[in-house]
Structure formats: C-alpha cells, structure tokens
Design a protein around this ligand. Structure first.
Ligand SMILES: Cc1cc2nc3c(=O)[nH]c(=O)nc-3n(C[C@H](O)[C@H](O)[C@H](O)COP(=O)(O)OP(=O)(O)OC[C@H]3O[C@@H](n4cnc5c(N)ncnc54)[C@H](O)[C@@H]3O)c2cc1C
Length: 402
C-alpha cells in the first residue's frame, strides 16, 4: 500500500475522526480525495464506553445525513439518585440513544467509506514530526508525509504528544464498567440512572440500559474525578455498589479506561496540527465524550475546509474551540467541579433533587418558574459561600502549618 504524500491525515477513526471527515466533505465535496483516516485497529473495533449519545450529538449526525443503522436503546430522561432522595429529569422521547461502540463506530466508518472517504484501518501512527511546510508520520506501514494532521486519536494521543502537550492535567478521570443482566429492581429502561449517593468519591455510579446481540442488558459502571489527590480504588467501589444490588463483580468482565479533560489553557492547534475530540479533552464533570467528539468533529470539519480554501494554518483552532458553545460548555463544566464535588455538594444535591425545572423556554419559563429561579439563585449563592468558606479555612489551615 502506498502511504506517501497526503493533504490531510486524520489520525483515529472514532466519532471525532469520522465526524471530521464527513463534515469536511459536506463543506466541500472536492475534499474527498484529499483526506485519509488512519485507524490503528481493524473494524469492527470496540471502545470501552457506556455508549450514551445525547440529543445534540444525534442532531449533528442528522445534519450530516447520518442515520442510526445500529441497534440502540432510546432514552427519554435521567434518574438521579442521591443520599437525600431521587429525582427524574424527563426531557423528551429519544433524547439520548445508548449504542454499542463496536457497532456504532464501524457503522460510521462504513458510511464514510460509502461516501468516498479513504479509511485505512490496521495502521498505527507511531510518531509525528512537524516541519515548516509538512508533517512526517511514522506508521506501522511506513512513512507518510502530510500537509495537515488532525489528531482524533483519543486519550493516549500520539499527535498530542507530538504537539508538546506532555504536562499532566490537574484533573484526572477514570472509569470502570461491566455489562450485566437486568434486575427486577432496575428502573424504567427509558431512563439513564446516575447514582451520587456515595459522597466518599468525586463521581457517580451508573446503570445504563443497553442491548448486546439483541439481548436487553445493563451497562453498570463507576466514574471518578481525581482532583485534590482524592485517589480511590475503582474496583472496590464498583464492587461495593454491585454487591448492594445483589451482583458479584467477579462474574463480569471488567473494562477500565481513563478519560481526558478539556483544558482551555492548552494549545490544541499549531501551524499544521490540531487536536479534536478526546485527544483535546472532554467534559470532566460528567465524563460525557461522544457528543463532544461529534461536536469537535463538526467544528473541525468546517474549520479545516476553510483553512484549506485559504491556504491558511491551523493556529486559530484553540480560539475557535474556546469561543464555540462546545468550548464554553466544557470550560463551565470544569468550573462546576469544585461546587459539585467539593464542600457545597450537599447544597447542590438538595437543589438537584428538589428543583426539577422542566425544559420550557423564554417568557413562559420566567413567569412560571420565577419562584424557582429565586430559589435557584439562593442555592447558588449558598453554594458559593460554602465554597469560599472552604477555601478560606483551607488557607488558614495552611498558614497555621507554616
Ligand atoms: C468506561 C467509559 C464509559 C464511557 N461512557 C460514555 C457514555 O456513555 N457517553 C459518552 O458520551 N461518553 C462516554 N465515555 C467517553 C467516550 O468514550 C469518549 O469520550 C469518546 O469515545 C471520544 O471519542 P474520540 O473519537 O475523541 O476518541 P476515541 O473514541 O477514543 O477514538 C480514538 C480512535 O483513535 C484510534 N487511535 C488511537 N491511537 C492511534 C494511533 N496511534 N494511530 C491510529 N489510530 C489511533 C483508536 O483506535 C480509536 O479508534 C466513556 C468513557 C469510558 C472510559
């Protein structure tokens, strides 16, 4: 196979990589011959993931004329369990879809191939070296020269390393999951269940209905954000949860993977390379990353088409992401972590359990929920006060130590 001179190389054929390619050819169909996607695994390949894709991701795929040709569980809302009670947030039918990544990712890749995009699977990119006018990639099938490289290669991104982003993030996230049979006690299969009742770690356990080889199953897992050195043993915690519902963790295949957070201060684009999807970073508060990868890809597709048309560089990418709703939401999520999982947690839980505001918009919303809004600001105010007091007492403790 000839892997020599390419215009745009997309490293990684997950949701970020394929959405980028599909968007590029939607922006300009002539780009079809100028893109190659390199995927290290061979499709159908799996990705450790619970597979919940939310509304905005589904909508972007619809814009790109992508139909879901794989089995999925249709979800209408979320049930939140906490130490002070439960609350369900019902959005609308089919608000979220739970897929199996082994099926979903290959179906996306097949569709891209049908639309004329070159995807070469089974090719691992080992090193990436940027020069003034081009980038040299060493792959498992030889050398490759590219004008532009788009790093869609997930958590352990080789492109990210090549761009010099080596420093460890302040926030570290891990997840562990198992697929089990459903239980009589499980909730409605149209709900995703998040359980935040254990306050000894910064995260949640989840129970997502899923469908494996035509069988109704449940993907159950644990997500933990490591910050302020709060390490935990994921297996023990998940085992405790499973035991509480009558399941033994040892009976199931455990699937562990880390998750990478977005950091608005990182340089995710230089002259010839950009990071897209989880290689750049996803939502650290929830660990949600598929919809984010799709949003990144959509943004990157149009951005790249524009760069190619103007023979420009990729240097504006970081700014484009920061200014987009994606970047703003991700940055907001980072700020929320200390409220959600820090000292104000009891207040936040109380708010989430008690003030379930339906999703109406505009004038009607303000009139109908004015009272709720006042209560909301009151809760936010007390959360901020608790956070500031916490920061002050920590500082005082430090001063006393010195
Ligand atoms: C346990 C767990 C559960 C999760 N559950 C959910 C969920 O329910 N909903 C949700 O929205 N998110 C979830 N996530 C997060 C989600 O899986 C990721 O954020 C998402 O897959 C990111 O998509 P991506 O395309 O950026 O990267 P990936 O999906 O990781 O794709 C990267 C691709 O690049 C390829 N690649 C990597 N390195 C190379 C290389 N050197 N050369 C060539 N190819 C390479 C990989 O093989 C892969 O195909 C979960 C994560 C974990 C760990």
């Amino acid at each position: 196979m000839n892997l020599t001179d390419e215009e745009v190389v997309i490293v990684g054929g997950g949701p970020a990589g394929i959405t980028t390619a599909l968007t590029m050819i939607t922006a300009n169909p002539k780009l079809k011959n100028k893109i190659v996607v390199l995927e290290k695994d061979i499709y159908p390949r799996d990705k450790i993931c619970a597979g919940a894709i939310s509304y905005q991701g589904i909508k972007i795929l619809e814009t790109l004329n992508v139909e879901f040709e794989v089995p999925f569980v249709s979800i209408k809302g979320v049930l939140l369990r906490s130490s002070i009670g439960e609350s369900s947030f019902i959005y609308m039918d089919d608000y979220i879809r739970v897929v199996r990544r082994i099926e979903f990712d290959s179906s996306l890749a097949n569709l891209a191939v049908e639309r004329g995009i070159r995807i070469i699977d089974g090719v691992r990119v080992n090193t990436v070296e940027e020069h003034k006018q081009f980038v040299i990639l060493t792959t498992s099938r030889g050398l490759l020269k590219a004008k532009y490289v788009i790093g869609c290669d997930g958590v352990g991104s080789v492109v990210r390393r090549a761009m010099g982003i080596t420093k460890k993030n302040l926030i570290n996230m891990q997840a562990l999951e198992v697929d089990t049979e459903p239980l009589m006690e499980d909730y409605d299969r149209q709900l995703l269940v998040f359980n935040i009742s254990d306050r000894t770690f910064s995260g949640y356990t989840w129970d997502f209905p899923t469908i494996i080889n035509g069988r109704e199953m449940v993907c159950r897992g644990i997500y933990h954000i490591q910050w302020r050195n709060n390490k935990i043993n994921l297996k023990t915690k998940l085992s405790d949860y499973l035991t509480s519902i009558g399941l033994d963790i040892n009976n199931y295949q455990r699937k562990y993977f880390s998750v990478q957070a977005y950091n608005p201060d990182e340089v995710i684009g230089n002259e010839r390379m950009i990071l897209v999807g989880e290689s750049s970073g996803i939502d650290p508060l929830t660990g949600e990353g598929i919809t984010q990868a799709i949003k990144y890809g959509y943004l990157a597709g149009y951005f790249t088409a524009d760069v190619l048309a103007k023979r420009n560089t990729f240097t504006e990418w970081g700014k484009v992401v920061r200014k987009s709703s994606l970047g703003r939401n991700l940055s907001f999520s980072i700020r929320l972590i200390k409220y959600f999982y820090g000292a104000p947690r009891p207040v936040v839980e109380k708010f989430l359990i008690n003030y379930n505001i339906p999703r109406t918009k505009g004038y009607e919303f303000v009139i109908a929920y004015l009272f709720e809004i006042i209560k909301f600001f009151n809760t936010v105010f007390s959360a901020i006060t608790i956070s500031l007091t916490d920061r002050f007492t920590t500082r005082m403790r430090l001063i006393k130590k010195i």
